[in-house]
Design a protein around this ligand. Structure first.
Ligand code: ADP
Length: 865
């Protein structure tokens, strides 16, 4: 049998590997973690390690690659970032059993369950999510074990599910084994056996963890899918953390309904957290994120990805921003006090999870120390303000009362933890003298011995007369007395030679060894007591977690409010006036990101307005004139208002939008191997099916991906649909280069035309980037070609051709009056033979060469050339 041939340690490895088939097993061997077989090949490839091998039975070698144990964290982080999982098999004892070191997996690292600060981004949550499907209903749960957040919901339909996942941007997604349709929703997808999502199991896992008999306290008792998803998450956390996950203390059942829905494409198009090119600074968050604490940075990101629909809550947020906006001194003070504050939220969670080190408690103390100072600054110390009921500082009261300095915790840590405590428990000095009587007792009893050793050097120098005599310590020999070779003949008789170096001899004495034993024994006990006392302290601190977390959240809110005020002050934003109406009015609006990339003075502000009679705006204008920028700007201003931020404008009244839809360009979709036009139509269909009167639609160049007439007809029909459907009439901005669409405004009362102003100076054309009423009459495409650097000859020739075409083909600018909603085919002069041919042509199968030949042919036949 194969089994009998392998060595015991190989068998041990194989047994462990069998339990973690989908993880890379890091197998501890001495000072290294080794990987074997396929794992070794993966690790060597992904981590640039040397792939070696070791003999395995007769004529056989197994591939092997290892990393030093002290550097493992960095290597593990790299594997996790690439979507792998790592199981850490440690030596769990120093005693061998039947000649074999006992080993066990003590931890499984996965992207969604890491807690090591080095593997996490400070400014964002690290979400583990789980999804379970039943028909078209989904249960979605998520947890961030670094902050203790744990929430679950039930979602009706695939689209809202995808949207919610897009918001969470999960580090890892758990799905049932037989669920194959969700694998594109996260970089790391972990299938779990179906029974892990089974309702009975899930309920039991949750009840046992929280020590409750019913889940009604969490609001999900009657939401089986939410329960199943949450249960799977908890099980997986228990499994990967190999033990208690005390930091998960609550479960919130939520609904996605209170928030503005944003689909993946819209998040992407509006560049909320990163630009389309993938960099963070070119995103809305990049502009707004001037937070000074990690908690604040995470909260701001959450807000940007989750705009609200609740007027009261938004006004409360805006009030806070205004307070800090009005009082620049207060703002500067608070920001200075918050700056560099340790991550109280993650620290408190590390204490809860039993993973804290002494420095973590020290950092909690530092954070708490700042709290009274911050509360003090926020107090109303101006006597006038007490009479003035409108004093805006009142707006911060709700925050001030939640700022708990947790004096008990602060006091405990101050008394217990020594300054500059060592970072691990291999060194003494974690606990401050005077805190633990037991510890002090052992310290005192060994103090005499330590004093004796400390005095040994001067004493022996005097006795022997050797001034260069030294007392030292090393791990192998313990304490020793060292005398240089030249003086070694002076060593007294009671010195016992222990070690010979090139230039010196080392000695011990029986007395020295006795004191050494005393000291080392005491040290061992001290280390043991310190560790025990530390754990007790952590348990006490853990009892105050709710207060600590509340303080952390409040600090985050303060940070965000002060940050948004700072940004508003620096970049001249105004407070938007919000309402539940469906109109909007923005005066001198600017694009929050583009205005920076341009040098702010050069950015041309634009108005925009919708009311109950003006719902759909068609913006025609040359390419590169600023249509897309304007569209996104209106969407971003709306979104900013709905996260409670001031907005880049001189005045803004915003009726809350239930959703923002965007359909913008499709340049980058081709990489994904999907037809541009197909993608565009799928997205357009989504919009038409899900928009409401309260939505904001940003449609850029719909129909561009197909032939002119197809595209024009589709664009035309889309606008009619939006206009005529009783549920719809959403605020719509429709940018297009089809000037023919201008005619719609004459027929549909709620449609208006705008264009981007252009100044013509002789042959030159200047884009003014200004959106003005009325339709555009020319496309200026050739002008753009000129800007792009096409040779002068080509430009001249193109102008000639254009003139020619315009003369011969009057149909290129179709008279609006010829269009009626039911008569779209009237776009084309009915009698033209060219049209019959066109109708027969299958554009999808035409090669570019065939198309151009066709053109030549028609030109020859119908234009006589
Ligand atoms: P279009 O959608 O019409 O093709 P874009 O919106 O992409 O045009 O704008 C093209 C360029 O014009 C942008 O990259 C930007 O540099 C500039 N631009 C756009 N809007 C403005 C503005 N309001 N003020 C100044 N420059 C602008």
């Amino acid at each position: 049998m194969a089994k009998s041939k392998v060595t015991p340690s190989r068998q041990q490895y194989l047994d462990i590997k069998a339990q973690y088939p989908d993880a890379i097993v890091f197998f501890r061997l001495g000072d290294f973690y080794e990987t074997f077989d396929d794992d070794a090949e993966t690790a060597a490839r992904e981590l640039d390690l040397v792939l070696t091998s070791r003999p395995q039975g007769k004529n056989q070698r197994t591939p092997m690659a290892g990393v030093p144990h002290h550097a493992a964290e960095g290597y593990i982080a790299r594997l996790i970032a690439k979507g792998y999982k790592v199981a850490l098999a440690e030596q769990i004892s120093t005693e061998t059993v039947k000649g074999l070191m006992p080993r066990e997996v003590v931890r499984v690292f996965t992207a969604g369950t890491v807690i090591e600060p080095g593997m996490l981004e400070a400014g964002r949550n690290n979400y583990l999510t789980a999804v379970i499907r039943d028909g078209d209903q989904y249960g979605l749960a998520y947890a961030d074990i670094t902050t203790g957040e744990f929430a679950t919901t039930q979602i009706n339909g695939r689209r809202p599910l995808t949207e919610e996942l897009a918001r969470l941007a999960p580090a890892e997604l758990l799905v049932a084994d037989n669920e194959h349709t969700l694998h594109d929703q996260s970089k790391t997808v972990t299938p779990l056996p179906n029974w892990r999502f089974e309702e009975g199991n899930a309920r039991q896992t949750l009840r046992r963890h929280f020590g409750v008999s019913t889940l009604s306290g969490f609001g999900c008792e009657n939401k089986p899918l939410a329960v199943r998803a949450a249960g799977a998450i908890l099980y997986y956390l228990q499994e990967t953390q190999r033990g208690a996950i005390d930091q998960v203390q609550r479960l919130a059942t939520y609904s996605t309904e209170g928030y503005m829905a944003l689909d993946t494409a819209t998040r992407h198009n509006l560049e909320l957290t990163e630009s389309i090119g993938g960099d963070k600074s070119g995103s809305l968050l990049g502009v707004l994120n001037k937070t000074v604490t990690p908690m604040g940075a995470r909260l701001l990101r959450q807000r940007v990805t989750r705009p609200l629909l609740n007027l009261d809550e938004l006004n409360q947020r805006l009030d806070q921003v205004e307070t800090f906006g009005n009082d620049g001194l207060l703002r500067a003070d608070i920001r200075a006090a918050l700056k560099g504050l340790p991550d109280l939220e993650r620290l408190a969670n590390r204490v809860l999870s039993g993973k804290a080190i002494p420095r973590d408690l020290e950092n909690i103390r530092l954070a708490l120390e700042t709290v009274p100072e911050i509360s003090e600054k926020l107090k109303i110390d101006d006597p006038r303000s007490k009479i003035d009921a409108h004093n805006p500082i009142i707006n911060l009261q709700s925050l001030i009362i939640n700022l708990d300095p947790c004096p008990e915790t602060h006091d405990l840590i101050s008394r217990a933890i020594a300054d500059n405590a060592p970072t691990n428990f291999n060194k003494m000095g974690v606990i401050r003298p005077g805190f633990s009587a037991e510890l002090d007792g052992v310290m005192n009893s060994s103090a005499h011995a330590r004093e004796w050793v400390a005095q040994l050097e001067p004493r022996e120098r005097e006795r022997t007369g050797i001034q260069s005599l030294k007392v030292g310590f090393n791990k192998v020999f313990g304490y020793y007395i060292e005398i240089s070779r030249a003086n070694s003949h002076l060593a007294p008789d009671d010195y016992i030679r222990k070690q010979t170096l090139t230039n010196a001899e080392r000695y011990i004495t029986p007395e020295l060894k006795e004191y050494e034993t005393l000291i080392l024994n005491a040290e061992e006990r001290i280390l043991e007591i310190e560790r025990r006392v530390f754990i007790e302290i952590c348990q006490q601190v853990a009892q105050f977690t709710p207060q600590l977390l509340q303080t952390a959240v409040t600090l985050a809110r303060l940070d965000v409010a002060a940050t948004l005020a700072e940004v508003a002050a620096n970049f001249d934003y105004v407070r938007p006036v919000l309402s539940d109406e469906s109109g909007m009015m923005v005066e001198n609006g600017r694009h929050p990101v583009v205005e920076h990339s341009l040098n702010r003075e050069r950015f041309v502000p634009n108005h925009s307005q919708f009311d109950s009679n003006d719902r759909i705006q068609i913006i025609t204008g040359p390419n590169m004139s600023g249509k897309s920028t304007f569209l996104r700007q209106v969407a971003l201003i709306t979104l900013m208002a709905q996260i409670g931020s001031f907005v880049p404008a001189t005045k803004a009244e915003i009726g809350l939008a239930d959703r923002i839809f965007t359909r913008i360009g499709a340049h980058d979709e081709l990489h994904h191997g999907r037809s541009t036009f197909m993608v565009e139509m799928v997205e357009t269909a989504e919009i038409l099916n899900h928009a409401t009167h309260r939505s904001l639609l940003i449609l850029d160049e719909i129909g561009r991906g197909t032939s002119t007439y197809d595209g024009l007809s589709i664009a035309w029909a889309v606008i009619e649909f939006l206009h005529n459907h009783p549920r719809l009439k959403p605020r719509t901005l429709f940018a297009t280069h089809y000037h023919e669409l201008v005619g719609l405004a004459d027929m549909l009362p709620m449609v208006t035309n705008y264009n981007v102003a252009v100044a013509e100076e002789g042959d030159d054309v200047v884009f003014l980037h200004q959106i003005v009423p009325g339709g555009a009459d020319r496309s200026y495409g050739i002008h753009v070609a000129q800007l792009a650097g096409l040779p002068r000859d080509v430009i001249n020739r193109a102008n000639e051709i254009l003139e020619e075409l315009e003369r011969h083909a009057p149909t290129t600018s179709v008279e609006p009056s010829r269009f009626t909603p039911s008569q779209q085919m009237a776009l084309f002069p009915e009698t033209s033979p060219i049209l019959e041919e066109l109708a027969d042509l299958d554009v999808n199968t035409l090669t570019p060469l065939e198309a151009i030949n066709k053109l030549y042919e028609w030109k020859r036949r119908y234009a006589g050339k």
